[in-house]
Design a binder for this molecule. Structure first.
Ligand code: COA
Length: 293
């Protein structure tokens, strides 16, 4: 039986938002030199924002900032910082303020990942990911919050959804991202009275990213698709669209939430039920359940 799956509309289309909604606003993005965070920054700049991108590698940041400025007609500056080092982050934020005078939006995106079983993980390996992801998020918050209180700004933390269950070889990332979910909720509650919002975007598998190239077992593009109810892996534009929405006034009452962008992958409980055949062909499912259905 050919499943009549309607693949979710490919997201790499014209934005549904007005092009100038972030005019005069400034984004500070850690991990913005490449991949998903670079795409999130591009989308914000396409809608009028200027930006500073922070990361460890100045060459990569400089090249990305030039591409982002050229591609959007707005200004992006590179600010070198290891998110594990509070002084470097404060310096990056100072440069951003010197250049633009304000910060309205912060993306905490810097992250580290690799596949390793918990029993084989060294103490330093576990600590390294906790420090980049969780301590890095804390450090970014501390460096930026005075400016977000002034601008009544908003945080987006790049999370995951797989930590809600047990994913093999991802204990370090699961622990780090669970902590980030908690930090984001507390930021939402403590900073809400200053008009500051905080949310998590949790991407599912996103094609052509460093993260996926590190996590793919087989190297096959599309390997997850049969488990994704909407029928396709994500693209960076999917996460960029969610970013524009969550930072926009359209989301002005949304805080402390985690927005999972994965085509429904996390909602599918994989059991012995063949999917999607079981929902597309109830007759064969009835046979499978021997009259119990
Ligand atoms: N399996 C097990 N342990 C690993 C590992 C792997 N694949 N890769 C690194 N480690 C361990 C190292 O062995 C080291 O532990 P040790 O001192 O006990 O040997 C520890 O992690 C730190 O590694 P190091 O390379 O010194 O840290 P770093 O700060 O230079 O790099 C990483 C950080 C490890 C996260 C690195 O993978 C990285 O920089 N990645 C780039 C960003 C990224 O991962 N992006 C994807 C985001 S989804």
């Amino acid at each position: 039986m050919a499943p009549p799956v309607v693949r979710a509309r490919f997201a790499d289309s014209e934005s549904v938002f007005k092009p100038d909604i972030f005019k005069g606003k400034v984004l500070f993005c850690t991990g913005g030199g490449s991949g998903i965070c670079k795409g999130m920054t591009y989308a914000m700049m396409k809608h009028g924002a200027n930006a500073a991108i922070a990361g460890r590698k100045l060459d990569r940041l400089t090249q990305a900032a030039e591409e982002l400025s050229k591609g959007t007609g707005n200004t992006c500056i590179p600010t070198q910082a290891d998110v594990r080092k509070p002084d470097q982050l404060k310096d990056a934020v100072r440069k951003t303020i010197e250049k633009f005078g304000r910060i309205d939006f912060v993306i905490c995106g810097a992250a580290g990942n690799f596949l390793a079983p918990l029993s084989g993980l060294s103490e330093n390996a576990f600590r390294t990911v906790m420090e980049i992801d969780t301590l890095g998020t804390f450090n970014t918050f501390k460096a930026t919050i005075p400016y977000l209180r002034e601008s009544h700004g908003s945080y987006i933390h790049v999370g995951v959804a797989f930590h809600r269950r047990g994913l093999p070889y991802q204990a370090h990332v699961s622990a780090a991202k669970a902590a980030i979910d908690s930090l984001s909720r507390v930021i939402a509650v403590e900073e809400g009275p200053w008009g500051v919002r905080s949310n998590v975007i949790a991407p599912g598998p996103i094609s052509n990213t460093e993260g996926m190239s590190r996590l793919r077992v087989s190297g096959d593009e599309g390997a997850f698709e049969s488990f994704i109810p909407l029928g396709r892996e994500g693209v960076i534009q999917d996460i960029a669209n969610a970013t524009v929405f969550l930072f926009s006034d359209a989301a002005s009452l949304i805080t402390g939430e985690a927005l999972v962008v994965d085509g429904g992958l996390q909602q599918l409980s994989t059991s012995s039920v063949p999917y999607p055949e079981a929902v597309l062909d109830p007759e064969s499912a009835r046979k499978l359940f021997k009259g119990k259905l």
